[in-house]
Design a protein around this ligand. Structure first.
Ligand code: NAD
Ligand code: WQD
Length: 340
């Protein structure tokens, strides 16, 4: 029987790509998104890319219990993928309460509504940021959590709440996926990353430089203990992350309670390697200047993806060149993003 998945934050960067993956795999998809960081246009493009529409889209805040009741009353939801959250680390330092309210309060509101409507299967968006200033890489799921900013603390807090709830509600099944650095875009060019204002993250910044919207990249520090001194991250193609969610749905019932998996490639790239890769695929020079370290940044975050590969056979299939190529393709076809 066709399964219905509620995707909160489904119009966002990772959510929209995941909706395409689910539609192509035969799921019915219901989206709830308040569009605080996305355009409703993304959902039109999801339908175009997948060749079929989502079942329903609700423009609502995930903390809005009435809206959640309407969604769960209107659809027989088999599982929920919870992307809706705020994700800017720097902003979370400035307005921590908003982050606790939306990210933690949004998750508990969703859980309460799921419980009331007899929905017990959840895939939760967690983040490599919970590992904080990791001293050993690659990071396994057993590496200690040490969040260093309010955003990361919200993700770790949600994981703790979910773990505790699973111990008390035996019917609950939760998979928390800790993504490393999602990047890239859908290869057909309709969907991609469209941050509002000046991008916080390096990949959309590179795209906007290449297309002429920004002047130069400020490289935050070249004195880290890494091969070229710049920060090393585990960039993972958003299509691989999306596929990881589809595979996760197949494995929600494998084990009772909550399980945690890293979604990364196991391969680290430095900022300067990323600059060179982007120059190569775009054929455009990327001017850059070394500046001070960004407060809160760490030298190196790279996943050990062995657990998820052993459990599900999933592994990331795209490399950094593919991420740059697809991000550049999206940027060229949509020089002003979704036009908001
Ligand atoms: P995004 O901002 O593009 O998507 C989030 C979506 O949620 C947006 O469409 C936004 O409008 C919506 N949203 C935000 N607050 C909401 C609310 N209160 N009610 C309803 N909708 C709301 O971000 P993304 O990169 O797609 O991230 C998705 C999830 O993955 C987030 O939970 C994020 O913390 C997590 N994550 C992202 C990254 C990353 O680097 N992109 C890494 C690790 C984890
Ligand atoms: C990558 C590298 C920077 C911008 C963030 C969140 C994390 C997770 C993924 C949500 C670093 C350098 C960046 C620039 C630069 N998101 N950089 N100049 O900080 O690894 O991770 O996204 O869960 O929680 O913190 O990603 O893309 O900002 O930075 O030199 O203008 O690029 O110093 O080494 P980050 P990023």
């Amino acid at each position: 029987m066709t399964q219905t998945v509620l995707v909160t934050g489904g119009a966002g960067f990772i959510g929209s790509h995941t909706c395409v993956e689910l539609l192509l795999s035969g799921y019915e998809v219901v989206v709830l998104d308040d569009h605080s960081n996305s355009s409703p246009e993304a959902l039109e493009r999801v339908a175009k890319t997948a060749g079929r529409p989502i079942a329903a889209a609700y423009s609502a805040d995930v903390r809005d219990r009435r809206a959640l009741d309407t969604v769960f009353a209107g659809h027989r939801v088999d599982a929920v993928i919870h992307f809706a959250a705020k994700k800017a680390v720097g902003e979370s330092v400035r307005i921590p309460l908003a982050y606790y309210d939306i990210n933690v309060g949004g998750t508990t509101a969703l859980l309460a509504a799921m419980h009331a409507h007899g929905v017990h299967r959840l895939v939760f968006s967690s983040s490599c940021s919970i590992y904080g200033d990791a001293t050993t890489v690659p990071l396994t799921e057993d590496s200690p959590a040490a969040p260093t900013n309010p955003y990361a603390t919200t993700k770790w807090t949600c994981e703790r709440i979910l773990d505790d709830l699973c111990r008390r509600l035996p019917e609950l099944r939760v998979l928390a996926l800790r993504y490393f650095n999602p990047a890239g875009a859908h290869p057909e060019g309709l969907l991609g990353e469209d941050p509002r204002g000046v991008p916080n993250n390096v990949m959309p910044f590179l795209s906007q430089i290449a297309v002429g919207r920004r002047g130069e990249l400020r490289v935050f520090g070249d004195d880290y203990p890494t091969p070229d001194g710049t920060g090393v991250r585990d960039y993972i193609h958003v299509a691989d992350v999306a596929e990881g969610h589809r595979v996760a749905l197949d494995h929600l019932d494998d084990t009772p309670g909550m399980s945690v998996f890293n979604l990364g490639t196991g391969h680290g790239s430095s900022v300067l390697e990323l600059v060179r890769a982007f120059e190569e695929v775009s054929g455009r020079p990327i001017p850059y200047r070394i500046v001070e370290r960004r407060p809160g940044d760490v030298a190196e975050l790279v996943a050990d993806p062995a657990k998820v590969t052993a459990a599900w056979g999933w592994r990331a299939r795209h490399d950094v060149a593919a991420m740059c190529r697809d991000a550049w393709n999206f940027q060229q076809l949509n020089p002003r993003g979704y036009g908001l």
